[in-house]
Ligand binder design. Structure first.
Ligand code: PEP
Ligand code: MG
Length: 570
């Protein structure tokens, strides 16, 4: 019987295929005693080497698909394989008569438990990596590491997918995926967009009850999943799939053309970039520049911060790729869910409300200025722009700008070649800034609205928490009114405004942002061609009318319904 399930739209598009539930390989650790202890140890050495090469191979793939930061997570896992405490513990257990699987399992559990007992939250979190890597080695030892043998046209279903699992999906076979958990700004969702396949997340546990081999239709744009569709529905869906693929072809053809409405209003369409590979993708998809360079990709999964020269080299590669296109580099945004071992954040009961981003940078002026100098040097001859994340007060904005000017003066004093006429802006992701936008406007060259955080702070609903994900919709009038306020304050004072949260690439949000007067939309590279095409279909005047009506509606659902009507009447 045909059945519908609804979840959160995570990556747009339509797909049809056959369901497959994601399951880790099942195994039982054998209890046989080893006959030859030396051979047993050798067995373990070989399995560790195999696991290491698997992780490195996967990290190369992940780096190409989603960026170096995620790849570094896998490299960090690979390093555990040679940890002397772990390895010698396992060998001791073999000497005491355990087989390789038992010994490795015991050693990993021991090591993970030790990590869990530490006061440092970052180190505690590494216990999951130890267990993960432990499992991989045992699967290799037992020969049960069954690759999920996927048929063509698979719709993958899972409780949740880790970034490494998502990035390793064979997109020639996986047409779409759905998860029971997760929110629309979770890593999995951001990744699905980067891969260019439809995805629905946060469907709930009912998803896990769907039997393998069930015929499914997925509408990633609407967040809808239909099992065993009627023939009528299937025919309608097939027509939509065909129309969509023709549309994608058209969009790609015009990807490098600007996004200008039917009445001549232009919006700049730029990319969110978190790695050098992403920057290449951005150009392929027709980005007019970079609206958000997440510089933390260089800082995560290291034991110490990257030095100035390492930073310079990475920034330079990206700026050279972008030639004279604008590149908005955001200074370090760690803390919250992005921990680094070399900064002691202490214990934060609410990490998203705690020691994060600019709060850390202002406490570490030497590191902050080192990043600014690296950016300024890399920006010589380019259109470099710099922005500060998580600004809450004018005092912070002024202090950050003062340190920026000091970095400039230091380079100047040494006659170092650097970027000229650098625009300096702030992210608007805390409601306090949106409320006082007219006071901030004289202090900056531009605003970039981080709707992921602005939404979580407005609704007091953590962005990664599935229980509150229904509250985190940026199309809510409470967010739209803040955006309206920021645009008005900025434009009155001759400043420009961008949006760089996931909202900027959401097809239902784009007409609203256009109508509210946003000057620049920064999104995942793969979303660029269709965003440009949509804007070309609309008139600015109609979008303004839509946005003004949306401001007075009573919730996100009503707004999305109104937008849907607007889109379907064009
Ligand atoms: C945002 O908060 O909207 C944003 C773009 O920053 P990040 O997702 O990196 O926190
Ligand atoms: Mg943010």
């Amino acid at each position: 019987m045909s059945k519908e399930l609804r979840g959160i739209p995570a990556a747009r598009g339509l797909a049809r295929g056959v369901s497959r539930q994601w399951k880790d390989a099942a195994f039982v650790i054998p209890d046989a005693k080893p006959v030859d202890l030396t051979a047993e140890k050798q067995h373990l050495v070989e399995a560790r080497h195999e696991a290491e090469s698997q992780l490195y191979a996967l990290s190369v793939q992940v780096s190409q698909q989603v960026g170096d930061a995620k790849a570094a997570l896998l490299e960090a896992q690979a390093m555990f394989l040679n940890d002397t405490v772990l390895v010698s513990k396992a060998e001791t257990e073999i000497d005491r008569g355990m087989n390789a699987e038992q010994a490795w399992h015991q050693a990993c559990e021991y090591f993970a438990a030790q990590l869990e007992s530490l006061p440092d939250e970052t180190l505690r979190a590494r216990s999951a990596d130890v267990r993960d890597v432990g499992r991989r080695v045992i699967e290799i030892l037992l020969g049960v590491q069954a690759e999920l043998a996927l048929d063509n046209q698979t719709i993958l279903l899972a409780r949740d997918l880790a970034p490494s699992q998502t990035a390793a999906l064979d997109t020639s076979k996986v047409m779409a995926f759905c998860t029971a958990e997760g929110g629309s700004t979770s890593h999995t969702a951001i990744l699905a967009n980067a891969l260019g396949i439809p995805a629905v997340v946060g469907v709930g546990d009912e998803l896990l009850e769907i039997a393998d081999g069930t015929f499914l239709l997925i509408d990633g744009t609407a967040g809808l999943l239909v099992s065993n569709p009627t023939l009528e529905l299937l025919a309608d869906f097939d027509q939509r799939i065909l129309a969509e693929s023709e549309q994608r072809e058209r969009e790609t053809e015009f990807a490098t053309q600007p996004a200008v409405t039917t009445d001549g209003h232009r919006v700049e369409i730029v990319a969110n970039v978190g790695s050098i590979e992403n920057a290449r993708k951005a150009l392929e998809y027709g980005a007019e520049g970079i609206g958000l360079l997440r510089t933390e990709f260089l800082f995560l999964n290291r034991n110490k911060p990257p030095d100035e020269q390492t930073q310079f080299a990475a920034y330079r590669t990206i700026l050279d790729l972008m030639e004279t296109r604008p590149v908005v580099a955001r200074t370090l945004d760690v803390g919250g869910d992005k921990e680094v071992p070399y900064y002691d954040f202490g214990v934060d009961a609410n990490p998203f409300l705690g020691y994060r981003a600019i709060r850390i940078s202002l406490d570490r002026p030497a590191d902050f200025k080192s990043q600014l100098r690296a950016l300024l040097r890399a920006g010589a001859g380019h259109d470099l722009r710099i922005m500060f994340p998580m600004i809450a007060t004018l005092a912070e904005a002024r202090q950050a700008k003062k340190l920026f000017e000091e970095a400039q003066a230091e380079l100047q004093a040494n006659n170092v070649d650097m970027a000229k006429e650098v625009q300096v802006g702030i992210m608007v992701e805390i409601p306090a800034v949106a409320l006082l936008a007219e006071q901030f406007a004289p202090e900056v060259d531009f605003f970039s609205i981080g709707t992921n955080d602005l939404t979580q702070y407005t609704f007091a609903a953590e962005r990664g928490n599935k229980h509150v994900s229904h509250l985190n919709d940026p199309c809510h009038p409470a967010i739209l009114r803040q955006i309206e306020r920021v645009v008005q304050a900025a434009h009155e004072q001759g400043k420009w405004v961008g949006v760089c949260g996931e909202m900027a690439g959401d097809s239902q949000a784009i007409p609203l942002l256009l109508g509210l007067g946003i000057d620049e939309l920064s999104m995942s590279p793969a979303q660029i061609p269709s965003a440009k095409q949509m804007i070309r279909n609309w008139s600015f005047a109609n979008a303004q009318d839509l946005a003004h009506r949306a401001l007075d509606l009573d919730g996100a659902e009503a707004v999305r319904k109104t937008v849907q009507q607007f889109i379907s009447t064009i």
